[in-house]
Write a protein that binds this ligand. Structure first.
Ligand SMILES: C[S@@+](CC[C@H](N)C(=O)[O-])C[C@H]1O[C@@H](n2cnc3c(N)ncnc32)[C@H](O)[C@@H]1O
Length: 498
């Protein structure tokens, strides 16, 4: 996209054309039908091509922008009246005699039921085509974007920050529940596209797009919420930082140029200075799992001791799988230098003592509490999406002290599973399992299971423990001492609610 002289006017005209053609998320999903829509999400266009042969404006826009098919000039003019030449000048389209092709991706999106559109670079690798992209490629809405969007706590806030905005997708989400949004990036093309997307969507919330690295464009400013999907790929130094000769071009959308997981460390260390009291920073991240070390210790060490810290490690990947994933993402698989690049990267992992790479969510809150809450959890299992409400409940639970006078309730979605030999009188194992949120599970002994079952808000924790001690012939004081910490864990993990 060129540095257009009047992007706001163009955005308004494009928006009107997209609306007139009904080019919205729901209408496109309806037109394609489930299986073609899902195939397209896997980068396969054939089923969608079969569903878009009618020649109407909606079909034309789907073929042009989502399926990257050449369309007739007349059909393009009908779908984008009076805009084809202007969009060609601005780099959205390429026009040849009688035909038009897309040079940027224009994609319908929906946030809280509002129809939005996102312009980004074209999705590479459709139908198994080459995956190679330029160093300043601007990603569209990726699986990682969606993952962060589902993680971000959607409470109404004052100011929010989207660090590394790319095409601006997180800023669009933040605009739905913030009074004002700042979005930053180092990539000039990303800044232009993000600004265009803000104008295209005619947002009620002011969104300011600023250029600069990490927190530099917001020096001295504070936010209630920071959401970031930073360029977190863990690799040897690239670009300028690399040795001449071993220089790997830096793909700015995924690679900060900093070695290892320094980019994530930098964000975690710097974020608290940009958070207002009670403010949140939510980071989608990769981190190093050191050989013979502990990933939890490393991450806990980065976090300001005055902040709450909640980390969920969702996946652990060994070095070869990691290197393959990202070399393929860069379109290097099968290239003449593939094996050499692979070897350099895994050797570097070995030299650095990196055993594996963790992938997950880092959540920091500037709580100001005397004893900030901390949990670094390994949880690779299926969770309910969006996960943000569960995260929010997790943190809120930490704010409420629990003692023997507390009246608690078992969360409505908690189920008890009993396991044992067929016909056995008593189960060998009792498991409490959440059906919602993180879907945590924990083994419970007889007292714990009975205690959870008795928590209906009527009796206090002390009264329940007293009754159980009597029933099971246990010492009342010992039972209190042993099970009050268990009750606190049950609340912190969301099995019981205050
Ligand atoms: C993985 S993309 C995320 C894009 C978008 N926020 C999303 O969620 O899909 C990372 C973004 O960070 C930007 N970036 C890279 N280095 C940066 C830096 N030093 N400071 C700020 N942004 C940076 C890239 O240009 C890219 O747009």
């Amino acid at each position: 996209m060129s540095a257009s002289n009047d992007p706001v006017r163009l955005a308004g005209r494009l928006r009107a054309a997209l609306l007139a053609a009904d080019f919205t998320y729901d209408r496109v999903a309806q037109l394609l039908g489930r299986s073609a829509h899902e195939a397209l999400a896997r980068n396969e266009t054939t089923p969608a091509l079969r569903r878009t042969t009618g020649g109407g404006p909606l079909e034309t826009l789907v073929r042009l922008f989502l399926l990257q098919t050449v369309v007739d000039l007349a059909a393009a003019e009908a779908a984008l009246p009076g805009l084809v030449d202007r969009l060609a000048v601005e780099g959205f389209l390429e026009r040849s005699v009688g035909e038009v092709a897309a040079r940027l991706d224009v994609r319908p999106y929906a946030v809280d039921g509002d129809d939005l559109w996102v312009v980004s670079d074209l999705t590479p690798g459709l139908d198994g085509g080459p995956n190679r992209v330029g160093p300043d490629h601007v990603l569209g809405i990726s699986a990682a974007s969606t993952s962060l969007a589902q993680l971000t706590i959607r409470e109404p806030v004052g100011r929010s920050l989207d660090l590394g905005t790319g095409c601006g997708v997180q800023a669009l989400h933040l605009a739905a529940h913030s009074a004002a949004v700042v979005a930053t990036d180092v990539n000039e093309r990303a800044l232009r596209l993000a600004r265009f997307n803000v104008a295209l969507n005619d947002l009620r919330t002011p969104v300011e797009v600023r250029g600069g690295s990490f927190f530099e464009p917001v020096r001295g400013e504070r936010f209630d919420l920071i959401a970031t999907n930073p360029p977190f790929v863990i690799s040897p130094p690239t670009g300028e930082a690399a040795e001449p000769g071993a220089r790997e071009p830096r793909l700015v959308y995924r690679d900060s140029g900093l070695p290892g997981d320094r980019v994530v460390e930098h964000i975690v260390r710097a974020a608290p200075q940009h958070l207002s009291d009670g403010g949140w920073c939510q980071v989608l991240a990769n981190w190093i799992v050191p050989a013979g070390g502990d990933w939890q210790d490393r991450l806990a060490d980065w976090a300001d001791p005055e902040c709450d810290l909640y980390v969920v490690q969702r996946e652990v990947v060994d070095p070869p799988s990691y290197v393959e994933l990202w070399l393929k993402d860069a379109g290097r698989h099968g290239a003449a230098d593939y094996a050499a690049r692979y070897d350099t990267w895994v050797s570097w992992f070995e030299e650095q003592g990196i055993e594996a790479v963790g992938f997950g969510w880092i959540n920091l809150r500037r709580s100001g509490a005397a004893q900030p809450a901390r949990e670094l959890l390994e949880w690779p299992y299926d969770v309910e999406q969006p996960i943000a409400p569960a995260l929010h409940a997790w943190i809120t639970a930490a704010d409420r002290p629990v003692d023997l006078d507390s009246h608690l309730r078992v969360r409505p979605d908690v189920q008890q599973e009993t396991l044992g030999r067929p016909g056995a009188e008593h189960p060998e194992t009792v498991v409490l399992r959440q059906q919602r949120g993180l879907r945590r599970a924990r083994r419970a002994d007889t007292v714990e299971a009975a205690l959870v079952g008795a928590c209906d808000g009527e009796l206090s924790v002390g009264q329940i423990l007293e009754a159980l001690a009597q029933l099971l012939d246990l010492d009342a004081a010992d039972t209190r001492e042993r099970y009050l910490p268990v009750v606190r864990e049950l609340v912190a993990e969301g099995f019981l609610e205050t």
